[in-house]
Write a protein that binds this ligand. Structure first.
Ligand code: SF4
Length: 402
């Protein structure tokens, strides 16, 4: 959608500022870099590598600062070029290229575009790049502009809500991306796919390093996501929910083991590591999925290479390629409730677009055949899931059953 028919000369500078802020957020969020590392990136830092298998790897070379000392142990404020480039996804490379077209400076985030009235702080003078705190107001201003634009264009679903935890800062991005990697935004296929790629690229960027700080953040978030899923499983079972599917026994056993070992207690670092690495406790939920993935990497049909190519704590389901024949699937009544909601939505969609009441028998000549076929398949697959679950739970399959 076109968001502006023309740009007034007087708007150019502020729009360039917003574009730079957007690029900063994209690079910081999707790369796992620390704020000061992002702010010291230089023109030409991103490169592509075409592999023999036809895939493309995007690499970003830049400075890192944490723990960089001279031979006497003194901290080097200018840091050093990171020995291993970061592996990033294509969106980061694109954001770098946008910045390279935005100005002619060496640094991607130059003072000329960011600090017009303020003197650089002593830390900035020592380290050359900008202080990340400079961007708090800019991010707020960017959000205000994005919301104003979304409202003007009637795109209310794109409004950025207020954050109950306070202002968005560059420092919060690493923890946030780790949270999303393990709690994928279900239903948003493109985003789910991107997070899968981001998780892989972060593992590659930090995997060989002794100070693997980003991996620690990822490990921490994976443990929290696992603990949440297991606690929820335990609650569902206690509430009398039925479980079906080839991995139903493993689901129940995992919930029982988690309750016996961890429930109600404060987990130490060692316990968190044990939980994270316990192969019997690897259950994953997606808020939109109609199943729980009880991940045994040797049985995962979505990624046959998962067991051998990925380190244990980084193994996650590939939801976008989830195969209904997988032996890792279990389902509860909660998933059936979700399936019925989706059935109702399909019926509503059909009614809205065809004016008829039964999609499966729809003969409306105005409904394109591929859409009609897709709706029929969606409906049939959800009905099959509900029937199989009801049969396993010893109930009569019914649209209205509890
Ligand atoms: S195919 Fe589905 S259930 Fe099986 S491991 Fe992959 S995501 Fe999990």
């Amino acid at each position: 959608m076109r968001w502006a028919n023309a740009i007034d000369f007087t708007e150019a500078q502020s729009l360039a500022g917003h574009l730079m802020t957007a690029a900063l957020l994209a690079i910081g969020y999707l790369s796992g870099m620390r704020p000061e590392e992002v702010l010291h990136l230089e023109r030409g830092c991103s490169s592509q590598e075409e592999r023999e298998d036809g895939t493309v790897r995007y690499r970003v070379t830049g400075r890192h600062f944490k723990g960089v000392t001279d031979e006497d142990g003194n901290t080097l404020p200018q840091g050093e070029i990171r020995p291993e480039p970061w592996t990033v996804i294509e969106l980061v490379d694109r954001a770098v290229k946008v910045l390279e077209q935005l100005h002619d400076d060496r640094l991607l985030f130059p003072r000329s575009l960011t600090v017009r009235t303020l003197e650089p702080s002593p830390a900035e003078i020592r380290a050359e790049g900008l202080n990340p705190n400079r961007f708090i107001a800019r991010i707020k201003s960017f959000i205000d502009w994005a919301n104003t634009t979304a409202t003007r264009l009637g795109r209310h679903h794109e409004l950025i809500p207020a954050d109950p935890h306070g202002p968005i800062t560059v420092r919060r991005l690493r923890r946030t991306v780790a949270w999303f990697i393990y709690r994928r935004p279900g239903g948003h296929i493109a985003l789910g796919l991107q997070y899968g790629h981001v998780g892989s690229s972060l593992a590659e960027s930090y995997g060989g390093r002794t100070k693997a700080d980003m991996l620690e953040i990822l490990d921490f978030e994976k443990t929290l996501a696992l603990a949440d899923a297991l606690a929820e499983a335990s609650d569902r079972l206690s509430a009398g929910e039925a479980v079906s599917g080839p991995a139903a026994d493993r689901y129940i056993a995992a919930a029982e083991e988690f309750t016996a070992r961890y429930a109600g207690g404060f987990a130490t670092k060692g316990q968190m590591k044990a939980l994270r690495n316990n192969p019997r406790l690897q259950i994953f939920e997606d808020p939109q999925a109609l199943l729980t993935c009880n991940l045994d990497p040797y049985k995962a049909l979505c990624d046959p290479a998962l067991a051998k190519d990925t380190r244990p704590s980084m193994r996650t389901p590939n939801w976008n390629r989830c195969n209904p024949a997988c032996a890792n699937i279990s389902r509860t009544d909660t998933h059936m409730h979700r399936a019925r909601e989706q059935l109702a939505q399909i019926d509503t969609d059909c009614t809205d677009c065809t004016d008829c009441t039964d999609c499966t028998d729809c003969t409306d000549p105005h409904l394109p055949h591929p859409i009609r076929r897709r709706l029929e398949l969606c409906r049939a697959s959800r009905e099959k899931i509900i029937q199989a679950h009801e049969a396993a739970a010893g109930r009569t399959a019914s649209k209205d059953s509890p």
